[in-house]
Design a protein around this ligand. Structure first.
Ligand SMILES: [Zn+2]
Ligand SMILES: [Zn+2]
Length: 137
């Protein structure tokens, strides 16, 4: 049974449809995510080939290895496109994120001073390969 989800930006100019399986949500507190969101990124991911987008996405090359997709009209962060077979999708842009839990926090060394993480949360000061490539059950 395919797990297909839809989503889009704040103004509605960009919408997307993505076929799972969806990775559990990972929060990234790196300096780039902190700046583009004003806080931190919470993203799921899905196989790149199963994502179709309607509307114009503006891409920003945030590093040599990754680019970030956002709506040029309203500025909503939508995607993080980096190495690997999956496209990261900002979880808050899903129309229905039910069933997607938060698996953990990465790059906590870069987190904002106002962010308090739960003591029992899975955290990593930098990258956590096992967390970001996790496959949902
Ligand atoms: Zn928009
Ligand atoms: Zn990040």
């Amino acid at each position: 049974m395919p797990d297909t989800r839809t989503g889009g930006c704040l103004c509605g100019a960009v919408t997307y449809r993505a076929a799972g399986p969806f990775r559990p949500v990972v929060a990234c507190h790196c300096g780039q995510c902190r700046r583009t969101t004003g806080n931190y990124v919470a993203a799921t991911s899905a196989p790149r080939g199963g994502v179709t987008v309607e509307g114009e996405v503006r891409w920003f090359a945030s590093s040599a290895a990754a680019r970030r997709g956002f709506c040029p009209a309203c500025g909503s962060n939508l995607f993080w496109d980096g190495p690997g077979a999956n496209l990261s999708i900002m979880a808050g842009t899903l129309d229905d994120a039910s069933g997607l839990g938060l698996a953990g926090h990465i790059f906590t060394d870069g987190k904002g001073a106002w962010v308090d993480l739960p003591a029992d949360a899975r955290t990593a000061p930098g990258r956590d390969e096992a967390l970001t490539t996790m496959v949902s059950a």
